[in-house]
Write a protein that binds this ligand. Structure first.
Ligand code: IPE
Ligand code: IPE
Ligand code: MG
Length: 261
């Protein structure tokens, strides 16, 4: 039985095409432990249909359920989703408001089911800078699911890799200034342990949908040796099958980490 074979999932998405257990056995340890996704292309998806951009964001949110469920059923340990960047505040207020409305809806409607399926939620990014209701909702979701042992689902909200690095460096500097930490004792591990992704497996695969080939300030340090996959499909059209194709492509890659293999 798959982790997500609950009645509510069955009724909402009856036509599950992919046999996750079969795929899991076929790919085995060639599956990534940690997948990051830059979910790009919602706006263009809506514009192509003559609809407002917010319509695309809603369609994009609809895709989350399938991708999260498949990741969980495949036994992927961590999934990090880029939902709102520190740069996205530059967008018109109406679009930002629509996005935060959707995030609220998502956290209110989906957390119970994620919890049932043992998903553990963490928010990456500056939670203090989020609207108060969104901040409270994400903290509540983290708290509720903190003891779960299933998929580690990380939602990057008000996230920027440079801002995250600044926060990490500030925390190290504060500790050094207090005398509790010697600057010479700061290692790569020390720095990584202060990032929002502390304690998660190394990022193995970073996917960007929507056709752009850039990282847009997402997980820059964590991606040091990640495999990159740039997919032309707009996020709302990125189906379970296409995700599976990306994972199969990843499984065929030869990762050398600077050595010879
Ligand atoms: C990604 O889709 C979602 C967010 C950035 C919140 P976009 O809104 O960037 O969609 P495009 O790139 O304009 O099509
Ligand atoms: C990256 O997409 C951010 C998210 C998907 C949340 P953007 O659409 O904001 O990135 P740019 O502006 O094209 O680099
Ligand atoms: Mg975009």
């Amino acid at each position: 039985m798959t982790a997500f074979a609950t009645p509510s999932f069955f009724f909402r998405e009856a036509a599950l095409q992919i046999d996750a257990e079969k795929e899991r056995q076929a790919l085995g340890d060639r599956l990534p432990a940690h997948v990051g996704i830059i979910m790009d292309g919602n706006g263009r998806w809506a514009t192509k249909r003559g609809m407002p951009r917010a319509f695309g964001h809603r369609a994009g949110t609809e895709r989350l359920r399938g991708i999260i469920r498949l990741s969980s059923d495949l036994g992927i340990r961590a999934l990090s989703l880029y939902a709102f960047s520190t740069e996205n505040w530059k967008r018109p207020k109406a679009e930002v408001d629509a996005l935060f409305g959707l995030f609220m809806e998502y956290f209110v409607n989906e957390v119970e089911e994620l919890h049932t399926n043992r998903v553990r939620i963490r928010v990456l990014g500056d939670v203090e800078g989020l609207p108060a209701n969104v901040g409270a909702a994400v903290r509540a979701a983290e708290k509720k699911t903190a003891e779960n042992d299933g998929l580690r689902l990380n939602v990057a909200l008000n996230y920027g890799s440079r801002a995250e690095t600044v926060r990490a460096v500030q925390s190290l500097a504060r500790e050094a200034a207090s005398g509790a930490l010697s600057p010479d004792a700061i290692s790569e591990e020390t720095l990584l342990s202060r990032l929002d992704t502390a304690g998660l497996p190394e990022l193995d695969l970073l996917i960007r949908t929507g056709g752009e080939q850039r990282l847009s300030n997402f997980l820059l340090l964590q991606a040091a040796y990640a495999e990159l996959a740039f997919v032309d499909t707009l996020w709302p059209d990125y189906s379970d099958e296409l995700y599976m194709d990306t994972l199969r492509d990843y499984a065929r890659r030869n990762r050398r980490f600077g050595g010879l293999k």
